[in-house]
Design a protein around this ligand. Structure first.
Ligand SMILES: Cc1cc2nc3c(=O)[nH]c(=O)nc-3n(C[C@H](O)[C@H](O)[C@H](O)COP(=O)(O)OP(=O)(O)OC[C@H]3O[C@@H](n4cnc5c(N)ncnc54)[C@H](O)[C@@H]3O)c2cc1C
Length: 458
């Protein structure tokens, strides 16, 4: 590796403003928001076009300098931070920030990797359509990062993960070649699906520079309610009832517990408990429709009535207008911030089969209580997808307990956030040698010199 020669060449390719020294104040955005990982890059590259990304990566490949792709920096597993001391360059895609096209006839939009998810949502909305990726970090996370982590969020139940929302990709490969895969096809069975290899690869197979994304008819009606549950036991029956009575209008099912609500009420402002007494668990339900708002409200009411009648819920609060719906959602969305203000938590973003979710959460809470006396489990999340965030306050030492349980329940140690550097050991412990061998084979085929985000995932 000849770093000084590479940096000199990179300056010629990107210009001086395109290559920041690590101590340049303009490079300060390269940091870990959670404060878990230090960042000591050799330099921070700021290309402004796909061609510049390709030229920069080609220089790095020739000089064998490792490259770490960086987008919004909201990732939770340390994937976008360089390892080591000044040996890896960070390549930020924030300068690729154009919406290239919005094509209502194709129900598609093409955005560059540095556009925030909010900017893409807004571009779709201006065309009267919906880009359905919805996550609490959407104002900061970028399309490149969302694609690279296969982001999920609270609309997955209805619209799927990012993997389901991508029609085509443009990417720079580890040797600097550009793969032009920005197709707008809903059906395309022509060999291996290369875009799906890159989606969720966390920057280890190449740099996504643009994506063609699926759009949907924009719902004009929303029905939201919060249910108070007597415990977790009714959860599987409630999920089934919601799917049956709300049909494919069901958009989100989010669980949180009294522990979480207490954290929100104690540590964040502007919230109130919608019920007149505490309950062990809460389930937030949302259904949306493009037309027939009255029918949607009637469907939600029927669901709430049946849930209470069958004793699956003890109480329910429907939102009567948009402001009340926002207030109910705000309780769920404030959970990460409330946790942070309460001193932070050891986070586990896991999934198990849908039918096992209630048993899993109960078992995990008991196991953590035994293994880590005094720890507080804040279990919440996209429970309609079998995904739960088991975050443990004062929970040092809780990870092995939870990872073992995930394996016992045939689950996944990363439902949404990816592997990065934080979950590498957990990946190795929970996937079979054959699966790991195949993953390494893919990596070696696309990145034979191991220069693209080395030390992450595998
Ligand atoms: C408050 C909060 C709430 C969150 N909620 C959710 C949620 O509900 N669901 C969810 O899935 N995640 C969630 N996240 C995690 C995070 O927002 C997502 O992982 C997001 O997709 C990361 O995007 P980013 O642009 O910030 O990527 P970064 O953090 O910059 O990068 C993430 C990874 O992708 C790689 N990468 C970045 N850009 C590219 C590129 N152009 N090409 C190739 N690789 C690239 C990086 O190297 C790194 O490995 C949340 C985070 C926060 C802080």
């Amino acid at each position: 590796m000849t770093l000084p020669a590479a940096l000199a060449e990179l300056r010629r390719v990107l210009g001086d403003p395109g290559v920041l020294a690590p101590d340049d104040p303009a490079a300060a955005f390269v940091r870990d928001e959670r404060g878990l990982f230090p960042a000591h890059p050799a330099a921070v590259l700021r290309p402004r076009s796909t061609e510049q990304v390709a030229a920069a990566v080609a220089v790095c490949a020739r000089h064998r300098v490792p490259v770490v792709p960086f987008a919004g920096g909201t990732g939770l597993v340390g994937g976008a931070l360089p390892l080591g001391e000044g040996t890896q360059v960070v390549l930020s895609v924030r300068g690729l920030d154009r919406i290239r096209s919005v094509d209502p006839a194709d129900f598609a939009l093409t955005a560059e990797a540095g556009c925030t998810v909010t900017e893409v949502q807004q571009a779709a909305e201006r065309a009267g359509l919906l880009f359905p990726l919805r996550l609490a970090s959407e104002g900061s996370c970028r399309i490149g990062g969302a694609v690279a982590t296969n982001a999920g969020g609270s609309n997955v139940l209805r619209y799927g993960m990012t993997r389901d929302l991508v029609l085509g990709l443009e990417a720079v490969l580890p040797d600097g070649r550009i793969w032009h895969g920005l197709r707008t096809l809903y059906k395309d069975n022509t060999g291996y699906d290369l875009k799906q290899l890159l989606i969720g690869s966390e920057g280890t197979l190449g740099i996504v520079t643009a994506a063609t994304l699926r759009l949907f008819p924009r719902p004009r009606h929303q029905a939201v309610a919060l249910l108070a549950l007597p415990g977790l036991a009714p959860l599987p029956a409630l999920l089934a009832l919601a799917r049956e009575l709300l049909e494919d209008r069901l958009t989100a099912l989010e669980l949180f517990g009294r522990t979480g609500l207490d954290l929100v009420l104690a540590h964040t402002a502007g919230h109130r408990d919608p019920f007149d007494r505490p309950h062990p668990r809460y389930l937030l339900v949302e259904a949306t429709a493009t037309r027939d708002g009255a029918g949607l409200t009637a469907q939600l009411e029927a669901f709430l009535a049946r849930a209470v009648e069958q004793r699956l819920a003890v109480d329910a609060v429907p939102a009567l207008d948009a402001a009340q719906a926002r207030a109910l959602w705000a309780l769920r969305e404030a959970l990460p911030e409330a946790e942070k203000r309460a001193g932070g938590a050891v986070k586990h973003d896991v999934s198990v089969p849908l039918g096992a979710i209630a048993r899993f959460v109960e078992t995990a809470e008991q196991a953590v209580a035994q293994a880590c006396p005094g720890a507080l489990v804040n279990a919440f999340g996209h429970v309609g997808d079998g995904n739960v965030h088991l975050n443990v306050l004062a929970g040092e030492g809780s990870s092995p307990v939870i990872e073992q349980l995930v394996a016992d329940f045939a689950g996944s140690v990363s439902a949404e956030h990816g592997i990065g550097v934080l979950k590498r050991a957990a990946l190795a412990a929970t996937r079979s040698p054959l699966e790991l061998e195949l993953q390494r084979a893919v990596k070696a085929a696309l990145d034979p010199h191991g220069l693209m985000n080395p030390g992450k995932v595998l």
